[in-house]
Design a protein around this ligand. Structure first.
Ligand code: NAD
Length: 385
């Protein structure tokens, strides 16, 4: 059984699917691992380190993609400089495991099905206790939450902590975090460690205790509808509820030095929560970091991938923050992938057992078909648009 690690060609992608440590463990289990030359370079893992772990370093991309049983990647398949896509390099029957964004870009699923490639989308691993060690959305969101606070602290023309000095007392920064999922909770913990006073808001009331246990104040808004969907995710809320939450959010945005937004509803564009009017009410020098920038943004002023200054307020729309910490992002992602591989490989052979709820949920294409209804629906909608 051969497993291959591709070199990422997406310009902003510094992560690699497996680090040398996990490669060594797979090899000890009797698996063969090929690593594309330079695959770990941008995450500071050298070819020599992979070789020392027992991997074969492959210099020809076509050879690596075209002769493996399982291909591991971080970013969805890309267009190549030679006009082909990475999917074109795969042979029929190969298993691709990667982030694939199948609900945001379902055309990729169709291309994979046409190529008769089986594909497991890391976004679709269920958020269950059994799948926790494979949950790459969580491992990567946590990195993003941490980094968002450091970015905000670096951009803020103030201290974060309260300081009592001979030259006077400094009041702590006020940080408001919108969306208390995995990224938001890590942002709360990080901002607290830096000494800020933190408030957080989420439409799911169940997160109140988690927010409070991290030392932040939970901003409560009583809504007259169910806001939590299956799997613990948020639902899209009614116009009346949106208006109600915006009134509350506006007050807290106005009084904060830093606003970090992380709100998302799976499969939808991110909800617009911070309007331009709210930003205009903030004190000059304040900072907004919008972690939902790639999904359309939670803040009306966000420009994805850019830092802008508007009326003296800095609005930062970072893209792919986990990639800015490639060493630990790759380490955690490697662990997610190897946990998944333990489920997929039995006696050194691939066993795509669709009776297993994790494999069934994550596998989007097999035998030339798209086999996930949500992906089929997303494709249908994309065609109609
Ligand atoms: P996410 O990235 O989809 O969303 C981030 C946060 O935004 C969520 O907390 C959501 O409630 C919030 N949000 C959405 N719309 C909002 C709005 N209009 N206003 C304010 N906040 C809004 O979520 P995520 O971080 O990937 O995870 C969400 C939840 O999934 C977790 O909190 C948990 O319940 C569940 N989960 C379970 C497991 C597990 O059991 N293994 C692992 C990870 C996540």
């Amino acid at each position: 059984m051969r497993i291959a690690v591709a070199k990422e060609i997406e310009v902003c992608e510094r992560r690699v699917a497996l680090n040398p440590d996990t490669v060594g463990r797979l090899i000890k289990q009797g698996l063969e691992v090929w690593v594309e030359a330079g695959a770990g370079e941008r995450a500071f893992f050298s070819d020599a380190a992979y070789e020392a772990a027992g991997a074969k370093i492959v210099h020809h991309t076509d050879e690596l993609w075209g002769s493996t049983d399982i291909l591991l990647k971080v970013s969805p398949p890309q267009e190549r400089e030679d006009g082909r896509t990475e999917i074109d390099l795969m042979r029929e029957g190969t298993l691709l495991i990667s982030f694939l964004n199948p609900l945001g870009n379902p055309v990729v699923a169709q291309q994979l099905a046409n190529r008769k490639v089986s594909a497991l989308s890391m976004e679709l691993i269920p958020r269950t206790t059994r799948a926790q060690s494979m949950d790459a959305l969580s491992s990567q969101a946590s990195l993003a939450g941490y980094k968002s606070v450091l970015i905000a602290a670096a951009a803020l023309p103030k201290y974060f902590p309260m300081l009592t000095t001979a030259a006077g007392t400094i009041a702590p920064a006020k940080v408001f975090i919108i969306g208390a999922g995995v990224a938001g909770l890590q942002a709360i913990a990080t901002a607290r460690r830096l000494g800020a006073v933190v408030e957080a808001f989420d439409i799911r009331p169940a997160v109140k205790e988690e927010v409070q246990s991290l030392g932040a104040k939970f901003v409560e808004v009583k809504l007259e509808e169910e806001t939590t969907a299956a799997g613990g995710y948020a639902k899209e809320i009614s116009e009346a509820s949106k208006q109600r939450t915006q009134e509350v959010i506006a007050e807290h945005v106005k009084n904060s030095d830093v606003v970090i937004t992380t709100a998302q509803v799976p499969g939808k564009t991110a909800p617009l929560l911070v309007t331009a009017e709210m930003v205009a009410q903030m004190k000059p020098g304040s900072v907004v970091v919008d972690l939902a920038a790639e999904q359309g943004g939670n803040c009306a002023c966000t420009e994805p991938g850019k830092d802008i200054v508007w009326n003296g307020i800095t609005i930062i729309g970072p893209i792919n923050l986990p990639s800015s910490m490639p060493v630990h992002a790759s380490q955690l992602y490697s662990k997610n992938l190897t946990s998944l591989l333990q489920l997929l490989i039995k006696d050194k052979t691939l066993n795509l057992d669709f009776a297993d709820d994790i494999i069934n949920a994550a596998c989007i294409t097999h035998g030339g078909e798209i086999r996930n209804q949500r992906v089929k629906d997303a494709l249908q909608n994309a065609v109609l648009r």
